[in-house]
Design a protein around this ligand. Structure first.
Ligand SMILES: *Cc1c(COP(=O)(O)O)cnc(C)c1O
Length: 382
């Protein structure tokens, strides 16, 4: 049915009517007083979301732009970095770091499992000559639905004394608490089409004082993503280049909605939706891909048993207009992922579970009684 598609993927996520209307306004000049007021307001709102006193800069570009900016603004040619890799986005960090000639040591965990914080502790403790300049990881690994123990890993980095912590919080920010200052995070990267509830096109980067000190020493090539320019212009409530003006309208509206709901309520809602999705899938008889206790608040990855996950996804989309995410790389066909990130309510979660259940029933692949998934999920929502 036209205009009925429900995005249950981890980005782009659904956009509220209020935000769509804001984005749909006529653009204004990006050097105007009116626009400066929006930059000022959103930068305050962004600090609130990041639970930080640090400046949060806005870049016109997708989430990966903020990831690249993090690397090229804080590191120098030949620097050694320690990268956590337990999925597609951990892999991306390794690729970006290598693209800029950094020496990368990788700590891996199997896809579907969290990174082991003790592995980081061990390598950092052995680095007595302080060769490691940064520890780089993904908080919520979207490809496998795993949340990594960022708080503990960040503690180990602090104990090292000189390395900074660079984190992809693209699907954790706005889904669970990421208190930048309290956890001592140095660089936090995120993107608009995820927990922010706005269309793709903006990314965000917050940097601690330690990160800015590293920035002053950094010698990797940069131009469009030179954060020094962004910081200088941000002081005047402006941007170095023409930003996505209309997305800024949406950003202001979305952050206002988030402030009305409150951080605690937002995080509780995501935790409830994770619990309901996990319970629903288990009751249907579908195994969770990641251990339940390590499940991301943004997305639940589910293994299929007797059916290619791509066929299940196709049926759910065609019959119910609900878009689920597929598995990436070697997981294609083996898992599907239910996004519950951003502008998602109980109804969205219940209907997605019902659609999965009904699809399996229509294919004669439902092991358990029809309705078992919904019963288990709705119990978690009460
Ligand atoms: C979506 C996502 C990104 C950013 O991807 P873009 O396509 O560049 O916006 C980065 N990291 C994670 C974990 C993500 O889920």
């Amino acid at each position: 049915m036209q205009d009925k598609l429900n995005l249950m993927i981890p980005g782009p996520t659904p956009v509220p009517e209020k935000v769509l209307q804001a984005v749909g306004k006529h653009p204004i000049g990006h050097r105007s007083k009116e626009f400066q007021a929006i930059v000022k307001r959103t930068s305050e709102q962004l600090k609130w979301l990041h639970q930080t006193k640090n400046e949060v800069l806005t870049i016109t570009g997708s989430g990966t732009a903020a990831m690249e900016a993090a690397i090229i603004n804080t590191l120098s040619r030949g620097d050694k970095v320690l990268c956590g890799d337990n999925g597609k986005f951990g892999e991306r960090w390794v690729k970006v770091a290598k693209a800029f000639g950094l020496e990368v040591e990788v700590i891996k965990a199997k896809w579907g499992l969290p990174l082991n914080s003790e592995d980081f502790e061990k390598v950092l403790r052995q680095d007595v000559n302080k060769q490691i300049k940064a520890v780089i990881l993904t908080h919520s690994e979207t490809s496998t639905g795993v949340i990594n123990d960022l708080q503990t890993i960040s503690k180990h980095v602090r104990a090292h004394g000189s390395a900074i912590t660079i984190v992809d919080c693209v699907t954790s920010l706005g889904a669970c608490s990421v208190p930048m200052d309290e956890w001592g995070l140095d660089v936090v990267a995120s993107g608009s089409q995820k927990g922010y509830m706005i269309p793709p096109g903006l990314s965000f980067i917050a940097m601690s004082n330690r990160a800015w000190e590293a920035q002053a020493r950094s010698n990797l090539p940069k131009f469009y993503l030179d954060l020094d320019l962004y910081r200088k212009t941000a002081k005047k409530n402006s941007n170095p280049f023409t930003p996505a003006v209309n997305l800024y309208f949406g950003l202001e509206a979305a952050l206002e909605m988030m402030q009305e709901e409150g951080l605690t309520s937002i995080f509780k809602r995501h935790a409830r939706h994770r619990a309901a999705t996990q319970a629903g899938m288990k009751a249907i008889g579908l195994p969770l891909f990641a251990p339940e206790e390590n499940g991301s608040p943004a997305i639940t990855a589910v293994a299929t048993k007797d059916i290619d996950a791509e066929i299940l996804r196709k049926n759910v989309k065609e019959n119910f207009d609900i878009l689920l995410a597929g598995g990436q790389d070697h997981l294609k066909g083996k898992i599907f992922r239910v996004g519950h990130l951003g502008f998602v309510c109980d109804r969205d979660v219940l209907t997605a579970i019902a659609a999965i259940e009904a699809t399996l029933q229509s294919l004669n692949l439902l092991d358990n009684e029809m309705g078992a998934g919904i019963a288990a999920a709705s119990k978690m929502l009460q």
